[in-house]
Design a protein around this ligand. Sequence first.
Ligand code: PTJ
Length: 258
Amino acid sequence: MYIPPSHPRRESLLIRERLVEGFKRGYVVPEGLIAHGRGECFDYLIGEETREFARKAVRAAAAALLLAKHPVISVNGNTAALVAEHVVRLAEEVPAKIEVNLFYRTREREELIASVLREAGAREVLGVGDDASATIPELFSERRRVSPRGILVADVILVPLEDGDRTEALRRMGKTVIAVDLNPLSRTARAASITIVDNIVRAMPALVEEVRELKKRPKNELQAILGSYDNNQVLAEALDFIKTRLAEIARSMRGASH
Ligand code: PTJ
């Protein structure tokens, strides 16, 4: 679809097109399009920019990934459509494993997502077919099926665009969970150890950059970054930011009406 360069919502429309393309190719589910719409609404509220609360979370996430023994990046349909190249880059920089994990799991989608990741440069993709032979206890969705070489043994897992159940189950297993979720009120956002409240299309490049930067720092500095991070505080900052921003916009609208 042609979107004129001058269109004020061009970026946002191009992102939608990537999801629609993934949907047509069969690896983004219709529910993923709805989920993106919810995300877009929250992106409007934060002004479609990476804010300070997200930067803090990106920094802590980069430290957690670099300190991990077995870091894994979990990939679903929307993530593959929007940021496959950044997933691969992040996996190389950390280094971390990449695993397909789907809420609406079918063999066809697993394979399509793995091929999108391979096209983007991934050498190994876990969680496809018989590889997803282990189970996360107390989880009843298809997300429970994981790779015994990946999420099952991971100590730190990045779960972009997640549903709350798995995040809670992974936390119960003692794992550190990093979520990317534009909705600071979601169950995932509240259950995760570190929540990046930002659009995944901005959060993933920022995370790659931060990992590159923090890789040069000593381990005790990374531990200090992680140790001083407080996720509830960061989520509260996101809500405060939205509240203040909306109050300012409302004030300026009242001013314009006189
Ligand atoms: O590919 P599958 O089968 O694993 O299914 C993927 C979806 C996304 C359909 C599935 O995980 C799902 O139903 O997710 P939820 O419960 O709708 O949660 C998705 C969360 O991601 C919501 O809180 C949205 O606000 C948020 N979100 C959506 N798009 C973005 C986003 N956050 C950051 N960046 C986005 N682009």
